[in-house]
Design a binder for this molecule. Structure first.
Ligand code: FE2
Ligand code: FE2
Length: 224
């Protein structure tokens, strides 16, 4: 969902706060970060601190959603941790990865660079899976769909999709409303996220991918 031009609401210049927040996440989630130490290192190597904090926030939030609504909790943590792994790769590297993905022929994705990092991340995780089998197909697909969303996502995809927008570091219009929808049901959370993102993009005259509209229709109908 990073095609919203989202910001971490953390003040990047405040190194002390940043370090304290990182330490807090590492304390809170020490068990997961020990279990997934190799994955954490692979993510940390590729992301600057603000996006690393966002990734830890998404991991923690996705794990909470999986615990609440049913799902593989450690896997949700791992998928959240890895979802933006390709986001800070150089343009050409993202494009080369995207061209090997199942969205390689999707013009809407190709023409919008902010949509590249999710399919690029999926392919990167698939490459890394040779060494790190925990990057399995379920984790890869949660990475692939975290930005666009789509109709009928898996519970893991849904958890990461929602967590990406509601994690503690996020700033977004009507986040309180979206968070409370996500507190009531996962499908409701997905619908609220999709609605919020579509409105946000439309208000700015920005591109909305057809899958975002299709996903919203699907999840809106799930609620009726
Ligand atoms: Fe993203
Ligand atoms: Fe993200």
């Amino acid at each position: 969902m990073d095609y919203t031009g989202k910001q971490n609401n953390m003040n990047d210049n405040d190194a002390k706060n940043t370090a304290a927040l990182l330490k807090q996440y590492e304390q809170d989630d020490a068990a997961y970060l020990a279990e997934f130490a190799a994955a954490y290192r692979l993510v940390r190597e590729r992301l600057q601190t603000p996006r690393l904090l966002h990734s830890l926030g998404v991991a923690q939030t996705a794990a909470r959603l999986a615990a609440k609504f049913g799902g593989d909790v450690p896997k949700a943590y791992l998928a959240g941790l890895c979802h933006d792994i390709a986001k800070e790769l150089p343009r050409e590297e993202q494009l080369a990865l995207l061209r090997r993905s199942e969205l390689a022929a999707d013009q809407g994705v190709l023409e919008h660079r902010s949509l590249w990092h999710a399919p690029a991340g999926q392919v990167l995780l698939a490459d890394l899976a040779a060494q790190r089998p925990e990057f399995d197909a379920a984790v890869q697909s949660a990475c692939l769909w975290h930005t666009l969303g789509r109709p009928a996502m898996t519970p893991l995809e849904e958890a990461v999709f929602v967590a990406d927008l509601i994690e503690p570091g996020r700033d977004f219009p009507d986040l309180a409303g979206i968070r409370s929808a996500a507190a009531a049901s996962l499908a409701g959370g997905v619908a609220a996220c999709m609605r919020g993102v579509i409105r946000f993009l439309e208000a700015q005259g920005k591109y909305v991918h057809p899958l975002a509209y299709a996903g919203y229709e699907y999840y809106k109908n799930q609620l009726n």
